[in-house]
Design a protein around this ligand. Structure first.
Ligand SMILES: NC(=O)c1ccc[n+]([C@@H]2O[C@H](COP(=O)([O-])OP(=O)(O)OC[C@H]3O[C@@H](n4cnc5c(N)ncnc54)[C@H](O)[C@@H]3O)[C@@H](O)[C@H]2O)c1
Length: 264
C-alpha cells in the first residue's frame, strides 16, 4: 500500500452515518466502505436504510448495519449506539448528516416549526455525538463530521427555520472541537446545492428554479452527492489528523455578484 493509500484507508474503522438512506449519506456509505470501513446506515426510512446497507455490503464485501433511527428521538439514538457496539464493538467515526429544511418565508414560521427544525438539524447531532463520545475517545484519530449548509452562514430569509438551525450546528461543532482535542476531531462540511432528487423539490424548489440556481454558481451546476462525500473522506482521514474545528466549504464556488453594479 502506498503512503497515500494508507492515509485514505479506513480498514478496521467503524463509521456511523445518519440520514444515510438519502443522497449524501448513502454516497458517503458507499465511499467509506470501498475504503475498508464497516458502515452503519441509519435513517428514519427503514426500508431505505436496509436497502442501502445491503447494496454496500454486496459491493464492498464489508459487513454493514442498516437500522431505522428517528434522529430526533433520544431512545432511538441510544439503540443505534447499542446495536453498533454489539455488532462491531467500537465506533471510530461519526457522520452527523441528517437534516432537511422546508422553505418558509421569514415571518411565516412559528414556535413549533422552529423547534422541529432545531431538533432535526442541530439537537439530533448533539445527542448522538454525546452518546458516541465514550467510544470515540478510545479510538485513534477519531473524527466526527457534520453536514452543514451554506444557508447557515448567509442570510436565508426563505429558509428561516432550517438556516438558523444549521447556523446553530456550526457553533456547536466549534465548541465540541475546542474541548475534545486531542482525542476527537470535529469538522463541518459546508454544503452548497447538491442534487438529491425529489428532496429539494419537496423543500419548495421547482425544476426551473434549480436550473436558474445552477447558472448562478461559479461551476455552473449543482453538486453531486459523491463530491460532498469526498470532503467527508478527507476530514475523517489520517491526512487530516491536525485539522479540527473547521468548515470545509464545498459549493461549486458559490455565486458571485459584482461589487461594481452596472449603472442604469
Ligand atoms: N442537498 C443539498 O443541496 C444540501 C445542501 C446543504 C446541506 N445539505 C445537508 O446535507 C445533509 C444530507 O442531505 P441530502 O441532500 O442527502 O438529503 P436527503 O433528503 O437526500 O437525505 C436526508 C435523509 O434524512 C432522512 N431523515 C429525515 N428525517 C429524519 C429523522 N428524523 N431521523 C433520521 N433520518 C431522517 C431522510 O429519510 C433522508 O433519507 C442534510 O443535513 C442537509 O441539510 C444538503
Amino acid at each position: 500500500m502506498s503512503h497515500i493509500e494508507k492515509l485514505f484507508s479506513f480498514e478496521g474503522k467503524v463509521i456511523v452515518i445518519t440520514g444515510a438512506a438519502g443522497a449524501i449519506g448513502s454516497a458517503a456509505g458507499h465511499l467509506f466502505a470501498s475504503l475498508g470501513a464497516n458502515v452503519i446506515i441509519s435513517d428514519l426510512n427503514e426500508e431505505g436504510a436496509k436497502k442501502v446497507a445491503a447494496e454496500i455490503a454486496k459491493e464492498s464485501g464489508k459487513e454493514t448495519l442498516g437500522i431505522k433511527t428517528d434522529a430526533t428521538d433520544e431512545s432511538h439514538l441510544q439503540t443505534l449506539v447499542n446495536e453498533t457496539i454489539s455488532k462491531f464493538g467500537k465506533i471510530s467515526g461519526l457522520i452527523n448528516n441528517v437534516g432537511w429544511g422546508e422553505s418558509t418565508p421569514l415571518w411565516g414560521s412559528d414556535s413549533d416549526k422552529m423547534v422541529r427544525s432545531y431538533m432535526l438539524n442541530t439537537v439530533s447531532a448533539y445527542n448522538l455525538t454525546r452518546l458516541c463520545m465514550p467510544y470515540l475517545e478510545k479510538e485513534q484519530n477519531a473524527s466526527v463530521v457534520f453536514s452543514g449548509s451554506m444557508v447557515g452562514v448567509t442570510p436565508s430569509p426563505e429558509f428561516i427555520e432550517y438556516s438558523t438551525a444549521k447556523a446553530g450546528l456550526m457553533n456547536l461543532v466549534r465548541s465540541m472541537a475546542v474541548v475534545s482535542g486531542p482525542k476527537v476531531r470535529f469538522n463541518t462540511v459546508l454544503i452548497g446545492s447538491v442534487d438529491n432528487g425529489e428532496s429539494t423539490l419537496k423543500a419548495g424548489y421547482t425544476k426551473e428554479m434549480l436550473e436558474a440556481l445552477s447558472n448562478m454558481f461559479v461551476m455552473k451546476r449543482r453538486g453531486n452527492p459523491i463530491e460532498i462525500a469526498y470532503g467527508m473522506m478527507f476530514l475523517m482521514s489520517d491526512a487530516a489528523e491536525w485539522i479540527t474545528g473547521i468548515d470545509l466549504r464545498i459549493d461549486g464556488g458559490g455565486s458571485f455578484k459584482s461589487k461594481m453594479p452596472v449603472e442604469h
